[in-house]
Design a binder for this molecule. Structure first.
Ligand SMILES: CC(C)(COP(=O)(O)OP(=O)(O)OC[C@H]1O[C@@H](n2cnc3c(N)ncnc32)[C@H](O)[C@@H]1OP(=O)(O)O)[C@@H](O)C(=O)NCCC(=O)NCCS
Length: 149
């Protein structure tokens, strides 16, 4: 898909973003958290739009040269169309332009699509956090080293 456009997330996007999570039966972010993150000087949240409709979002928080990928979600009906790839490219460019040299993330051991996405970008699995999700499922901790622009 080549009509994907990336924008910084605004307050007007929050409800659509929460609906995207609902479509996957996941809840990572809350309205309050998103409102704070959008205002924060230590966070960068984006939405992907196709024909003016929000089809994905992603966000990092960062301190100095280290960032955490908080979430990346694509509309359930629009996966496998490179939308997440566009968003991660945008986030990595942001990191390069802001002297961020490392992105860390956690991902469910069962979440193969997400792990494939991250590996495609060069994220490496560096450890496992046992029973990280609801005290049931393990998380892989993955890290990407970013070369300066
Ligand atoms: C993980 C997720 C963000 C991927 O988004 P996407 O837009 O479908 O990803 P892309 O189309 O850019 O694909 C990127 C790579 O991911 C992998 N991938 C994507 N969907 C896949 C699937 N269903 N099965 C296996 N691999 C998959 C492929 O390696 C793909 O690269 P390729 O097309 O070069 O082979 C999406 O599936 C999603 O929103 N999942 C639910 C939320 C989630 O789990 N988020 C991550 C944890 S917070």
């Amino acid at each position: 898909m080549n009509n994907i456009k990336i924008y910084k997330m605004t307050k007007d996007d929050i409800q659509d973003v929460l609906n995207l999570e609902k479509s996957h039966n996941i809840k990572i972010l809350s309205k309050n958290l998103l409102e704070n993150e959008i205002e924060s000087k230590n966070a960068y949240y984006i939405v992907a739009k196709v024909n003016d409709n929000i089809v994905g979002y992603a966000g990092i928080s960062y301190v100095l040269d280290n960032a955490d990928l908080i979430s990346i979600v694509v509309d359930k009906d629009k996966t496998n169309m490179s939308i997440a790839t566009h968003m991660l490219n945008n986030i990595i460019s942001f990191c390069k332009n802001n002297n961020i040299i490392e992105i860390m993330l956690e991902v469910r051991c069962s979440n193969i699509p997400a792990q494939k996405l991250y590996k495609k970008f060069g994220f490496k699995q560096i450890s496992i956090r046992k029973k990280y999700y609801d005290n049931l499922e393990d998380a892989y901790i993955m890290k990407l080293n970013i070369k300066r622009a």
